[in-house]
Design a protein around this ligand. Sequence first.
Ligand SMILES: [Zn+2]
Length: 365
Amino acid sequence: MLSLPRLLPPALLLLASVISAPLSAQPTPPPATPQQQQPAARPAFGNQIRQIKGNLYRAGNGAWHSIFLVTEKGIILADPLNLAFATWLKPQLEERFHVPVRYVIYSHSHFDHAAGAKVFADTATIIAHEGVATNMDGRYPQMPGDMIDRNNNGMIDREDIMIPTTADPGICGMSASFFDQTDLNKDGIVTPAELQVDIVKPDLYYSERMTVTLGGKSVELMHPGKNHGNDMTVVYFPEERVVFATDMIADALVRTDLHSLPSACGPFDGTPLAEWISSYKAVQALDFDIFAGGHGDFYSKADIAAPIEFLEDLQSAVTEALGKGWSLEQMKKQIKLEKYAKWQYYDKLREKNIEAAYLNLTKFR
Ligand SMILES: [Zn+2]
């Protein structure tokens, strides 16, 4: 859940612009061979725009990515990421494509992906799943990384953020400086307004599916169900056969492949494990070639099977152990998940995944 700094100093912004990859936007290249359909997308630091396929591009900074489709009537963008990035992106898009951003879609309401859309608000309609309306109604939103009101004082204070941040650095919580950056009036509490200071409320909500049409192109939005968040949107580009989804299937820990244990914060972010699995399967059921998510590399449809299988195996191992009356400590010792021994974070996160599944499956049944 490492957060990007909300405001990069101007010098860093300039540097980021200079090192961004040059890009020729037009015309559409010839049809890709099957091998070219999986372009390499190593995470690199600095703001970048790179072509995925045709008029579809990935833009991002470090391990955080957005996606946008250029049409003759304007651009459809998913996830502005943060105010600094959006401020960099807007003139890049204007210079390269000469059309305004007409739609901004939020993959979910978390501040490290949805912030910054005010930069595009003069030309764009902002769209999100209806769960985002609840998460922006003035109460505390569903938070990532096990950042919860753990001391039950009705507010998010320093320890609510720092306990998961310190326990699992770079995996749960946010960066060490997140609390001080977010507590704008320095009263020791981060309020919902402070958490969402750079997030613009959407103009339009949908509940299950929605089609966005612009300049003769269509983009499909789908709420897959709850998983990492309770307001998730998957963006499907049918003509390009590309899917964009954030913090699900590929979370912030994922790099070159999907053989990576999930970060599994708290009780799996407080949504039922069965729904995590069904929502991943809803993505798998789409007809696509490339999964180009908010984190990680580009993956094939076949690659999506591995994280689904992991969650199913974890769910069944812990369910079986609960049925036998095992304690959590016994489960951590005896559930080895050997099939995944070579996955990234196996040693670091195996027990944590078992604990998260235990908390989840005793809460939801
Ligand atoms: Zn998130």
